[in-house]
Design a protein around this ligand. Structure first.
Ligand SMILES: Nc1ncnc2c1ncn2[C@@H]1O[C@H](COP(=O)(O)OP(=O)(O)OP(=O)(O)O)[C@@H](O)[C@H]1O
Ligand SMILES: [Mg+2]
Length: 217
């Protein structure tokens, strides 16, 4: 990756979620190879894969994917249960994360007692649980009104300034402008790849011969 704040943009059905699932090692590509941190993930067992995922990647899913009838606190604790973090530490970290997303007053609320924006904040807190280096967020503001969406975007900007790699997926071109690099996909193919603010075009890199050589190293 050239930058650590990406935006994947494309129309509905263009393959954004599919790409996110491959980047996040939730899915394996049917064709081609995908190296995660230099490792060909198609060669790893499911167990190893889920361990890598749990420790390095935080997912924020389009539909929140919170566990129903389970408190916000327990939802945030869950990835740390898988990560075998001791209970006391787990609870205090989950509280810290919920405080970070301004959900201090909602520890005990179940998802059905929360608004869309609040659920999204719990989902972001949960994605941060194991202090991942990468956060993949699929339409994190898609279901939110613009004011709440703004708050969520500011949260991502803030996480990026703390050194996290962020990959945001949307079909909102306005949000795409706020990131450092925009990858546009259509019908499952990358059709453009450029810098968000400067407009620098990366597609030349893909088309150059060096790209293929670099890729094999
Ligand atoms: N590179 C690809 N080659 C072949 N099929 C693909 C490819 N990428 C995605 N698809 C297929 O396209 C369909 C839609 O993909 P996906 O759900 O990822 O779209 P999306 O961009 O996330 O849409 P939405 O904005 O509605 O969430 C899926 O059936 C998926 O299997
Ligand atoms: Mg999708």
């Amino acid at each position: 990756m050239f930058d650590d704040y990406w935006h994947i943009y494309g129309e509905s059905g263009s393959g954004k979620s599919t790409l996110m699932n491959i980047i996040g090692a939730l899915d394996r590509p049917t064709e081609g190879e995908y190296y995660f941190n230099g490792v060909d993930i198609s060669k790893l067992s499911d167990k190893k894969l889920s361990k890598i995922r749990n420790s390095t990647i935080g997912f924020v899913f389009q539909n929140f994917n919170l566990i129903p009838r389970t408190s916000a606190l327990k939802n945030v604790e869950l990835p740390m249960v898988y990560g075998k973090v001791p209970k006391k530490e787990r609870i205090s970290r989950a509280k810290e994360l919920l405080d970070m997303v301004e959900m201090s007053s909602r520890y005990d609320h179940n998802p059905n007692e929360l608004s869309g924006g609040q659920k999204q904040r719990v989902a972001i807190a949960r994605a941060m649980a194991n202090n991942p280096s990468i956060i993949l967020a699929d339409e994190p503001t898609g279901a939110l009104d613009s004011k709440t969406g703004r708050t969520i975007m500011d949260l991502f900007h803030n996480l990026h300034s703390q050194g996290k790699t962020i990959v945001l997926i949307t079909h909102n071109p306005e949000l795409a402008k706020e990131t450092e690099r925009i990858v546009t996909i259509s019908d499952g193919n990358i059709i453009s790849d450029s810098r968000g603010s400067s407009g620098e075009d990366y597609s030349e890199i893909y088309n150059s011969e060096e790209w293929g050589e670099d890729n094999e190293n």
